[in-house]
Design a protein around this ligand. Structure first.
Ligand SMILES: Cc1ncc(COP(=O)(O)O)c(C=O)c1O
Length: 387
């Protein structure tokens, strides 16, 4: 009996290179040690590049996960501020759950399942009412749907104070241009397309956003970015600094992931993600299955939601592990049990995509789904060779 090797095609945490994991196996490194400060400094500088911003944006790397980065956005809000949540699914909705805990006024604009939020409707809403802050989700991980951020921001920029984009499932894999697009706060997490372990919320904030942080905010204590700001500034200056114990080992791993991103080049990384996503979709569609994302222009480079015809999602997820691949469950309540998600973020390759498609074919055939076995793999191969 041999131990099964498993390909993790999940939505996060994703497959992580050993050299990234090993970078965290450090001992005797305090949070003010030269080694650690250098790693932190490097991560802050690379964070700016990742979001394509210059020194006018302040980067933050804070403990927690994507949700901690989301909740830290309360640092930019004062009592009774008015917020619009434009949500394309489960993670967009999370903003409401966060903001409801604070003395804020929250409006909500949703989308149909599998679609993004209508840009016309967002524009109409912000023209009618003045909002202090609007949230958008770049790639909605529950469905794999991508919001056209550049276009959306262009249409609403003049009417709202601050625009926040959740890029947890996009940064490092999709085109992201925080400054050029006029996004004030763009956030992500370590465990997705950056390809590091979970444990860090990562964001950049514009000058305008940093101005608004000066007054009183509704933020709690731990996620008040005013407490983290001196740490970020000192670390970037190469000086040790403390507000609360940083996850030292995870920062070393993040630094290693950033080194590998640097070696690959961000543009190449985005292109690789795009190619892998196309190979996956070519395979899934020619098998005769439908995608959750309705419009081709909203297909993402990072997550593909696959609707099952007959079999239940739980059975597929259980069985496909025996075929050597792990996928992610569907989490959108409207499609519960009827779809699975293929995550393709981090260090994925077209070869991983073909392996995944072949495992999906075998699994579905075993479970009695009516699919064309072999045609998915054939289309995936053809796409890799001929585009
Ligand atoms: C788009 C999006 N936003 C926010 C989150 C929350 O991040 P975390 O689970 O790291 O707290 C996730 C997690 O998957 C996500 O996909």
């Amino acid at each position: 009996m041999i131990k099964r090797k498993r390909l993790l095609m999940h939505v996060g945490p994703v497959d992580i290179y050993d050299e990234v994991l090993y970078a965290g196996l450090k001992h005797n490194v305090g949070f003010s040690s030269e080694e650690f400060v250098q790693a932190f400094q490097f991560c802050l500088k690379e964070t700016r590049k990742l979001f394509r911003v210059d020194n006018s944006y302040q980067p933050f790397i804070i403990p927690g996960s994507g949700t901690s980065a989301m909740e830290s956005v309360t640092s930019f809000l004062g009592k009774d501020n008015k917020v619009l949540v434009a949500s394309n699914g489960v993670f967009g909705d999370r903003w409401v759950n966060i903001f409801k805990r604070y003395p804020l006024k929250v409006d909500y604009l949703g989308s149909e399942v599998g679609d993004y939020v209508s840009v016309d409707k967002i524009e109409e809403k912000v023209r009618k009412e003045k909002y202090d802050l609007v949230t958008l989700t770049h790639v909605e991980t529950s469905t794999g749907v991508r919001q056209p951020i550049e276009e959306t921001v262009k249409r609403i920029r003049d009417y709202v104070d601050l625009i926040v984009v959740d890029g947890v499932s996009s940064v490092g894999a999709e085109e992201v241009r925080a400054k050029d697009w006029g996004v004030d706060i763009y956030l992500t997490a370590s465990q997705k397309a950056i390809g590091a372990p979970p444990g860090l919320g990562i964001l950049v904030a514009s000058e305008k956003a940093m101005e608004s942080i000066k007054g009183d905010s509704v933020a709690g204590y731990y996620l008040d970015l005013r407490n983290w700001l001196p740490v970020m500034r000192n670390m970037e200056d190469g000086k040790g600094s403390y507000f609360a114990t940083p996850p030292v080992h995870t920062i070393f791993m993040l630094a290693q992931a950033f080194k590998l991103i640097q070696e690959e080049g961000l543009d190449n990384r985005i292109k690789r993600h795009e190619k892998v996503a196309k190979v996956i979709r070519a395979g899934i569609e020619s098998m005769g299955l439908r995608l959750v994302a309705k419009r081709p222009e909203s297909y993402s480079n990072t997550v593909t939601g696959v609707i099952l015809n007959k079999v239940r999602a739980e059975e597929v997820l259980k069985e496909i592990v025996n075929e050597g691949v792990e996928l992610a469950p569907g989490v959108h309540p409207a499609l519960q049990g009827r779809y699975v998600r293929i995550g393709h973020m981090g260090w994925v390759t077209p070869n991983d995509a073909v392996v995944t498609i072949s495992a999906v074919e075998r699994t579905l055939r075993k479970l009695g789904e009516d699919i064309n076995v072999g045609s998915g793999v054939r289309s995936a191969q053809a796409f890799i060779l001929d585009g």
